[in-house]
Design a protein around this ligand. Sequence first.
Ligand code: CA
Length: 333
Amino acid sequence: MGTDIGWTDIDFDRPGKQTGFFNLPNSVHDDAWGVVPIPLTVIANGSGPTIILQGGNHGDEYEGPIVLGELIRDLDPATISGRLIIVPAINLPAVEAASRVSPVDGLNMNRTFPGDRLGSLTRQITAFVHDTLFAMADAFVDLHSGGSSLAIVPAAIVEPSENAELARKNREAVMAFGAPMNVVISNYGDPRTSTASAVRAGLVTVGTEMAGAGTVTPEAVRVCRRGVRNLLVHFGVTEGQIERPQTASGELHAIAGTHSYVIAPSHGVFEPYHELGATVRAGEPAGRVHALADPASPPRELAFGADGIVFGRRHFGRVRPGNCCLVVASPTE
Ligand code: CA
């Protein structure tokens, strides 16, 4: 199937399980007529919704790609009703580099939606997702983790929508995931993320933030694996019961605004005062920045700007002005 900017041998309309690639031409010094082969699997059977399951938007976030690989290997097409389009390593160059941004053009794919088929490689991958995949789908699941710079409480993420019915469907799907937290995140209101773009396209949309810190944890893999399987039941693609462990939260939190972020004011090393998951209040001391080369000068103490739960924490100790040290998720009800 041609897509204007690349091709795949996968027939999106054929029943069964097909594993292959979306091939995107990438003409570089050692490979003038080469391609970037992005893994693409379609599993289809009977009638039902089309769900896009995406991982590797950021190349240093691993639970999603691991769980989607399991699904590709293990799911029997005869047990589903509908169609799954599975792209576990959508930003393949970033995944292979284990990097948030692409080594090809330096771009963060998740700030390039809706993409540009005449743009650089990352923008072309994004255009494939937006123009080709979104157009076929009813729902979009983008599996993220905290990445190299953040440790995050495993959570399912609600992308806000001004459409009340879509907002309700997004919240219901997020709750079905069964994560330890459910958090509304708008990424400072940025319209260029995959989930913001999917919501604008009218797709039922679920994001995640698993643990992060550039590594894999057993608990985050368990949360992600269970969550993806719960979503398939929720969307009616597979039969069975939604599995809600004791740790699943029925509450909805939100990153309420720019005051929810604790930002470094100076160069140094950030010392947090709390563990992830701690309950904190606006005005309470959050941590301090030490100038290690000037030990006689007092550290600069930072305060929380919102009431809530410590949801994310910078993983690297070193900070420079503007770095995000902490994120608070506030109760919504
Ligand atoms: Ca991410």
